[in-house]
Design a protein around this ligand. Structure first.
Ligand code: FES
Length: 94
């Protein structure tokens, strides 16, 4: 397993907040749900480049700003389409 430093714990301090970070030409969305999770941009295949950081976060549900698919942040599952594929979700090591 590879560990990469994306941000500091205090960079996304508020419960229910999210922020995008860049690392090695990739973009990652860090979401503070109490159990902070990481969503790599492009994980919404085949709709790969949606700017999820511009989406709406309501509790554990993230709504994509482009076609309004909804995902459960805790496990990446699709709550409402048109997306068919879940998001890739990774836990943050503090
Ligand atoms: S790009 Fe996210 S729902 Fe279509």
């Amino acid at each position: 397993m590879t560990i990469q430093r994306i941000c500091k714990k205090d960079d996304v301090p508020e419960l229910g907040s999210m922020k995008q970070f860049d690392l090695k030409e990739s973009e990652f969305l860090v979401v503070n749900t109490g159990r902070t999770v990481l969503l790599p941009r492009g994980s919404m295949a085949p709709m790969q480049l949606a700017p999820l950081a511009e989406g709406d976060l309501d509790g554990d549900i993230l709504t994509c700003p482009w076609h309004y698919s909804q995902f459960r942040v805790s496990d990446g599952s699709v709550v409402r389409g048109p997306a068919n594929n879940p998001l890739n979700v990774y836990d943050i090591t503090r």
